[in-house]
Design a binder for this molecule. Structure first.
Ligand code: B16
Ligand code: MG
Length: 215
């Protein structure tokens, strides 16, 4: 297979914002009297904001009407924005910039494919707003991973057919979205969790052009 495009998830692949999502969700869970643990937080990775709230409510066996759900999702996001507004380029995960520049040098197109509506703010804070040939996020697409929409739209924007794209993902829902898009998926994390990924690494610092071509 000839690789012509690489699509990167944001949270967990380029930056570690999962810790900030956790702090903000934990604060909301405490407020709602729901016992929410770090282990529970794993289930929220790659999942949309409203679906994440639904998971937390299910954990606490709580039921809320639509207005209250919207209110709490907004509140969580305000707290989350307080955290990410203080992010710096030091928070870019190791190996990301080096690998993306290597791809560019080889003429391989790059795109970002994230569920987060806060993608523009995060990219700005870490100084990566001009890094990718295309950015597709939760403001552009409406169907959450594992729906493949985010990756299909990204491939369209960089004008590469899905079968020539490789996706880098850290979440179960994201790996499934890449597979649903008909793309090769490199999972970032553990083989046990990301069982469906075609290849597993622990972070982009383990990846380079030579390895990519051997996949
Ligand atoms: P927001 P990714 C995802 O980002 C996160 O992994 C997930 O935990 C979060 O709920 C989702 O974005 C929505 O984020 O509330 O900022 O719109 O992994 O797809 O880059
Ligand atoms: Mg992710």
């Amino acid at each position: 297979m000839e690789i012509k495009g690489c699509i990167f998830d944001l949270d967990g692949v380029i930056v570690d914002t999962a810790k900030y999502h956790y702090l903000a969700w934990k604060r909301l869970a405490d407020h709602l009297d729901v016992n929410f643990t770090l282990e529970d937080n794993e289930r929220l990775k790659g999942v949309s904001r409203m679906d994440s709230l639904e998971i937390i409510l299910a954990i606490g066996k709580r039921k809320l009407n639509k207005e209250l759900k919207e209110k709490y999702a907004r509140l969580k996001n305000e707290w989350y924005i307080d955290y990410i507004s203080k992010m710096t380029p030091d928070e870019i995960l190791s190996g990301s910039i080096k690998f993306i520049n290597e791809l560019k040098g080889a003429g391989i197109k790059t795109a970002l494919g994230s569920a987060s509506k806060n993608t523009p703010l995060i990219l700005k804070r870490v100084g990566m707003e001009k890094m990718f040939d295309a950015v597709v996020d939760g403001n552009i697409v409406s169907r959450a991973k594992p729906n493949p929409e985010v990756f299909i739209v990204a491939a369209g924007m960089i004008k590469v057919k899905p079968e020539h794209c490789v996706v880098f993902e850290d979440a179960v829902a994201g790996v499934q979205a890449a597979i649903n898009a008909g793309m090769i998926c490199v999972g970032i994390g553990s083989r046990k969790v990301l069982a469906k990924a075609h290849y597993i690494i622990s972070g982009l610092d383990e990846m380079n052009l030579k390895k990519l071509k051997e996949i």
